[in-house]
Structure formats: structure tokens, C-alpha cells
Design a protein around this ligand. Structure first.
Ligand code: C2E
Ligand code: MG
Ligand code: MG
Length: 718
């Protein structure tokens, strides 16, 4: 128990006690001034004593009923002591001059005897409490024994006064006032009380327990009461009044001490436990249902809210909408500006989108850069368009992240409930499918769900899971397509092209699964496998005595941004033993156009290893050619759409020629893809194209067939 939990600080207690002492000092002049010997009439006495009896009984009931085995037994001593005091004070009240007969007639003598009994019971209780160490009783029965002893004592004292009162020494003589015996008994009481006060003072010193201080004050005020009671001449004078008043105040102090420690403090502690628990529960609840980064409802809470919104929409014959929002190129932000900036972007987007919704709507963070907006209570699906447009607009406003001004965009997919799904998970899935459609449309737009998307979404999921399994079961194979020097007809290299040897569906071409692998991130493990296999295979051919050929491997954009590409290639070259100049990496134009520091840096480091860089499908991408110089590319692979047309289409021929001229003037080699006819080959050779690749020479083939092809070629050329 600490002092701070109690309502009365020690300094206030000291001041109060001092005030009461000074009041006693002023009693005599007051009496002279008022000149009223009957200041303390019977009625006032009865009221004060009744109050004192009530307080004493309260002390008993509270201490007794709140007692538990681990509380100090001293509390029960106080309880039983004050039960005695209350019952004796009751007899004292009934014996006061002017009261009706209580067994024997009322008289000051009788009232004083009960008074003294009560006072001694009080003083001895306080002394016992002060002397006894503040510890629990050894046996739980002790308190009942103590209660029985107390009641027995009270009965005995009642009997002594009521039966043998006449034999007791005189305490008061009408007209003369108190007898010396009564005064001596009062001073003996004062001595006992002072001893108890001293003991309590030491207790309070040793252990800063305001309970002891309150009781100490009570004792000092009781001493004051006894001084007054030893000083009166007339039971109705001011000293008698003050003596009774002090007694009541002293009881009140003890009552406070008991009430505070037995009821108020435990109650306050309970209230504080409860409040703490409610707080903890609220925090836990918040964490379970919210995303810690943005403070938005998380997936879990979203599902609960969506279920409610959807049920409401169905029962009110209304609509609700689920908008699946995904940040465009979020990975690029993470990669170029760092994860902290990525987090910052998510917070900004969450905040901005939050401004566009109504109170009845829900905005939740669904996954890394996925947000879901649930729009409730719609009459018409046209209502959502302005909201979606607002989201697109507000997200697009430039913002400062990591000291850099950037512009973000989002793709939104929309599904309407219950039309596009009567269950939350179905609505979410369909909105997600619509979002992918918005992405395919270039992003920064919204797309409504259509039934046809469902099939696409299912296929996507099936493919994604299939790729994962296929990787684990080693179902992927590499085919090799020769690359030919147009002038000499020699095989100068091969392009490694992946296929999926599916156990049920047979050989699946890359166009079917590469986009899904890229979108799901599975392209990273797949590309790792492709690179290692291609390098190992080429070294195998070299070691078997075949003339050195270059191996071309296709890279995916994701490898530049998410993988440690340079390290991976360096390590693969080292492990396989492939000379770096025999490795050619095929990049797409769109990758180079991204103009990322990471990309140009990685290309520069790869080039420093001696690896060659080719641009795949050249001519289909962007018109800006400045990057060709910046990235110091080695080869342009002219896209097959131009090669195919050169024989019949003058425009295609003009484009192919322009590419060849420009490449040569920049010091780059050219390779024509999709060479299917001898006419095309001839035309390309005449126009100065270095190399070719296409069905005319060979289709992509498994490694074993490729070796045979190489052997045949060797013999043919020889
Ligand atoms: P690409 O890199 O431009 O590969 C050339 C594609 O053209 C190959 O299709 C090849 O089989 C095909 N081709 C070759 N000669 C002819 C021809 O004379 N006529 C016609 N019509 N087509 C010809 P494939 O193997 O189906 O690959 C398609 C695309 O898939 C590749 O285009 C490439 O972008 C991607 N891809 C293939 N393998 C990989 C890989 O290992 N990693 C990555 N990231 N992408 C790959
Ligand atoms: Mg290629
Ligand atoms: Mg190509």
C-alpha cells in the first residue's frame, strides 16, 4: 500500500491534528465568552454518540466482511475492538443524564462508567494493534475466537455496571464535577494512547503506510478527546462537547483507514486491472484487425465487413462494389528507392484513397501493394465510376518520397455484388481478375469484371501452381536453336529456348507459361535453372570436342529488378566454367527503356565480365534509340515480323535495311530472327546482315538432336 493511493496526504493530516489541538486551546475563552453551561444538550449528545456508534459498527462490519486469510490479523483486532467500543458507547448513550431508564436509571456516574469502559476498550485495541506485527493470523479460527471473546467482554462489562454499579467507585459528584479517580483514569488512558501513538509513529516511519498515519492521527485526536473529558466540570459544558466531538472525529479517521485499505483501494485496484485489461483487449483487437503500416483494416476485417455489406445489399435489393486496387510498378519503387520509401508510398496511397470514400465504405490493405475498397449501398453501378476516377486522380498527384518527387498510378478491378458474386471470396476473386485486366490495358485505369475473366483467372491459378510443381519435379527442358553466319553458313551459336514437358498436356511452348511465371515471380527460380542448364550444356559440348559456339539466353525484366543478377551470372559462369565471351544475354527493348540506375549499372558490370548483350525482337519496341549507345549493346536481333516480310514487302525491307545500317554505323552486329526461306536469307546477306536464325536452318531442338545437327554441319562445311 502506498501513500499516494490515499485521499489524505500526511501534511494535511498533521495540519488537521494541529488545528484540532488549537481548537481545544480556545475552548475555555469560548466558554467564558458564551457563558453557557449547557452548550452540550442531551439531544446533541445523542446525535453525536449515535453517529459514533454507527461509525464503530461500520468499522467492525467492513473489517470483518472484507477480511481474507492473507490480510493482517490486526484488521480483525480493530474490528472486534470497535465492536466492543460501539456496544459500550451505545450503553453510554443510553445512560446519559436525561435518557429513559436502561435497566437502571440514567446518571452521569453510569454514563461515565460506560464511557470509561468504551475508552479503555478503544485504547487497548489500538495498543494491541500497534504492538502486534502486521501479519496474518496463524489459524483462520482466531478471528471467531476473538469475536466471541469481545462479545463476552461486553456482556461482562454490561453486567458489572448494570448489576453491580452501586459498588463501583464514584466518578462524578453533582455540583463538584469529576472525582480525582476519574481524572486519574483519564490520564492513564492518555498514557496508554500516547504509547500506542508512539508505536504507530515508529510503524509509520519504518513502513510508509498512510494507514498507520491515519490511525496515529486518530490516536492523537483521541488523546485530545480524553484531555477534554478529564477537564469538564459539567457533562453539558464545552469540554464535554469537544471531547465527544473529537471522539467522533477519531472514529472517523479509523473508519477511513479501514475503509480505504479494505474497500476503496482494492476497488480502485480492481477498476485499474479491469481498465488495463480492456485497454489490452482493445489493442489486441486492433492489431488483429488492422494493418500496422497504414492503420487500415486488414484482410481479416475486410472479409467481415464485406460479408456484412454484401448481406445488407442483398436484403435491401441494392448493390455493393468491390474495387481491387494494385499499385503499378510498385516493385520498381522498392528496388530503386528502397523498402522504407516503398512503405512511405503505401502510406501516402492509403491516406489519399481514404479521402475519397464515404463513412459507410471500407478501405482495407489486402496484401503488399493490394488495397480493397468496399463501396456500400449503391443503386446503380454508374455511381462507382466517379469514385474510381477520383481514386485514379488523387493517387496520381506527385508526392515527395525519399527526397524524390514521384508519381504513382494504380490499376483497379471492379466487381459488383451480388451480380458478380454472392459470396465475399468470389467477389474479391473477380475484382482481382478485373484488376489484372486493367493492368493488361496498361495500368492507371479501371476495369469491370466480366464473366470471361473467370476462366482466365482460373487458368492463371492452375498455371501458376503447375509451374511451381513443374519446377520441383524438373519438368522444364531447354531446346536449342542454331544461329548461323549468313556469309559462311557456319553455326556460330544457339539460342536456349525453354519448354515445359507437362506430364498430361505434353510440350507447352513458353508463350503459354512465361507471362504467368513473370507475373507470379516464379520466373526467378525458372530463369536460374535455365541459365545454369544452358551454361553447363555449352561447356559439355566444348569438352566433347565440338567447336566453340555462343549460347544466347533470354532474360526477364524481373531478374534485373528483383534478383542479384550480376552475382548470379558471375557465379554460374564460374561454376560451369563457361568462358564469359560465349554467353550472350538477350534483353528486350522495353527493359532498356525503363532507364533504371540498377539496370544500366548491372549491364555495365556484366559487360565488364566479357558477356555479350543482345537486344531481342528489335524494332517492335520503342522509337528512341539513344539507349543503344548508352548501354553499349553488342547485337541487334531483328524481329521476325520484319524478316518475314522482306521478300514481298518493300516497307519491311526498308526497315530491315535501316536497322542494319544503323547497327553497323554504331559498331553493332545484326542477327535476323525468323529466317524461313532461302530468298529471305539471300536478301539479308546481300544487305549486310551478319547472322540469321530460323526454320530455314533449324527449328529449336532438344540437346541431343542439336549435337547431331552440329556434327552434320561440321561435315557439310568441311
Ligand atoms: P524469342 O526470344 O524472340 O525467341 C524466338 C522465338 O521465335 C522462339 O519461340 C522460336 O521458336 C521462334 N522461331 C525461331 N525461328 C522461327 C522461324 O523461322 N519462324 C517462326 N515463326 N518462329 C521462329 P519460342 O521458343 O516459342 O519462344 C517464344 C518466346 O518465349 C521467346 O521469344 C522468348 O521471348 C520467350 N522465351 C523462350 N525461352 C525463354 C527463356 O528461356 N527465358 C525467357 N525469359 N523467355 C523465353
Ligand atoms: Mg530470344
Ligand atoms: Mg525474339
Amino acid at each position: 500500500m502506498t501513500g499516494s493511493a490515499l485521499p489524505l496526504p500526511r501534511s494535511l493530516l498533521a495540519a488537521l491534528t494541529l488545528l484540532l489541538f488549537s481548537a481545544a486551546w480556545w475552548a475555555e475563552p469560548l466558554q467564558t465568552l458564551l457563558d453557557r453551561p449547557h452548550l452540550f444538550p442531551l439531544q446533541l449528545h445523542t446525535v453525536m454518540e449515535s453517529f459514533a456508534v454507527l461509525v464503530a459498527i461500520l468499522i467492525f462490519t467492513i473489517s470483518w466482511s472484507t477480511y481474507s486469510a492473507e490480510r493482517p490479523g490486526n484488521v480483525i483486532i480493530i474490528a472486534c475492538g470497535f465492536l466492543c467500543v460501539g456496544l459500550l458507547d451505545f450503553a453510554h448513550t443510553l445512560s446519559y443524564k436525561g435518557m429513559p431508564d436502561f435497566v437502571t436509571p440514567a446518571s452521569p456516574q453510569k454514563a461515565i462508567v460506560f464511557w470509561l469502559f468504551a475508552r479503555y476498550a478503544n485504547a487497548l485495541t489500538l495498543l494491541a494493534v500497534a504492538l502486534r506485527p502486521w501479519q496474518p493470523f496463524a489459524s483462520p479460527r482466531t478471528r471467531y475466537l476473538l469475536l466471541a471473546a469481545s462479545l463476552g467482554l461486553v456482556a461482562a462489562l454490561y453486567a458489572i455496571e448494570l448489576d453491580l454499579g452501586a459498588m463501583l467507585p464514584r466518578m462524578y459528584v453533582e455540583g463538584a464535577g469529576l472525582t480525582p479517580l476519574k481524572i486519574v483514569l483519564e490520564y492513564a488512558l492518555i498514557a496508554a494512547l500516547l504509547a500506542a501513538a508512539w508505536l504507530f509513529h515508529r510503524k509509520a516511519e519504518r513502513n510508509p503506510d498512510v494507514n498507520a498515519h491515519l490511525i496515529l492521527c486518530a490516536i492523537l485526536i483521541t488523546v485530545l478527546s480524553e484531555i477534554c473529558l478529564a477537564s469538564y466540570q459539567n457533562v453539558n459544558d464545552v469540554y464535554s462537547l469537544l471531547g465527544h466531538a473529537y471522539k467522533v472525529i477519531a472514529y472517523w479517521f479509523i473508519y477511513r483507514a479501514i475503509f480505504v485499505t479494505s474497500v476503496q483501494q482494492p476497488y480502485e485496484r480492481l477498476q485499474a486491472e479491469i481498465a488495463e485489461r480492456l485497454r489490452a483487449e482493445a489493442t489486441a483487437d486492433y492489431l488483429v484487425h488492422h494493418d500496422p503500416l497504414t492503420g487500415l483494416p486488414n484482410r481479416h476485417l475486410l472479409e467481415i465487413r464485406l460479408e456484412q455489406t454484401l448481406a445488407q445489399a442483398i436484403s435491401n435489393s441494392r448493390q455493393c462494389a468491390v474495387a481491387f486496387v494494385n499499385l503499378d510498378s510498385f516493385q520498381a519503387i522498392n528496388d530503386s528507392l528502397g523498402l522504407a520509401s516503398g512503405d512511405e508510398v503505401l502510406k501516402v496511397v492509403a491516406l489519399r484513397m481514404g479521402q475519397t470514400i464515404r463513412d459507410t465504405d471500407t478501405l482495407a490493405r489486402y496484401g503488399s501493394d493490394d488495397f480493397v475498397l468496399v463501396l456500400a449501398d449503391l443503386t446503380d453501378d454508374a455511381e462507382v465510376m466517379p469514385i474510381l476516377q477520383k481514386v485514379l486522380d488523387i493517387v496520381q498527384e506527385p508526392c515527395l518520397v525519399g527526397g524524390q518527387e514521384i508519381t504513382m498510378t494504380v490499376s483497379i478491378g471492379l466487381a459488383l455484388g451480388p451480380a458478380d458474386g454472392a459470396k465475399p471470396e468470389q467477389l474479391l476473386m473477380n475484382a482481382d481478375a478485373a484488376m489484372h485486366r486493367a493492368k493488361q490495358n496498361g495500368g492507371n485505369t479501371y476495369s469491370f469484371f466480366e464473366e470471361a475473366m473467370n476462366a482466365t483467372a482460373t487458368e492463371y491459378l492452375t498455371l501458376r501452381n503447375g509451374i511451381k510443381k513443374g519446377l520441383a519435379r524438373d519438368e522444364f527442358v531447354l531446346f536449342y536453336q542454331p544461329q548461323i553466319d549468313l556469309a559462311s553458313g557456319r553455326v556460330i551459336g544457339a539460342e536456349a529456348l525453354v519448354r515445359w514437358q507437362h506430364p498430361e498436356h505434353g510440350l507447352i511452348p513458353p508463350a503459354r507459361f512465361i507471362p504467368v511465371a513473370e507475373e507470379s515471380g516464379l520466373i526467378l527460380p525458372l530463369s536460374g535453372w535455365i541459365l545454369e542448364t544452358a551454361c553447363r550444356q555449352t561447356v559439355g559440348w566444348l569438352r566433347s570436342g565440338l567447336p566453340p559456339i555462343r549460347i544466347a539466353v533470354n532474360l526477364s525484366a524481373l531478374q534485373f529488378t528483383r534478383d542479384n543478377l550480376f552475382e548470379r551470372i558471375r557465379a554460374t559462369l564460374a561454376q560451369s566454367g563457361l568462358p564469359p565471351h560465349l554467353l550472350e544475354l538477350e534483353l528486350t527493348e522495353s527493359l532498356l527503356m525503363q532507364d533504371h540506375v540498377t539496370i544500366s549499372d548491372t549491364i555495365a558490370r556484366l559487360k565488364s565480365l566479357g558477356v555479350r548483350i543482345a537486344i531481342d525482337d528489335f524494332g517492335t519496341g520503342y522509337s528512341s534509340l539513344s539507349y543503344l549507345k548508352r548501354f553499349a549493346v553488342d547485337v541487334l536481333k531483328i524481329d521476325q515480323s520484319f524478316t518475314r516480310g522482306i521478300v514481298d514487302n518493300q516497307d519491311d525491307l526498308a526497315i530491315v535495311n535501316a536497322i542494319i545500317q544503323m547497327a553497323h554505323s554504331l559498331g553493332l552486329a545484326t542477327l535476323a530472327e525468323g529466317v524461313e526461306t532461302e530468298a529471305a536469307r539471300k536478301l539479308l546477306e546481300e544487305n549486310g546482315c551478319n547472322d540469321g536464325q530460323g526454320y530455314l536452318f533449324a527449328r529449336p531442338m532438344p540437346a541431343v538432336e542439336f549435337i547431331e545437327f552440329l556434327h552434320r554441319q561440321q561435315t557439310a562445311v568441311a
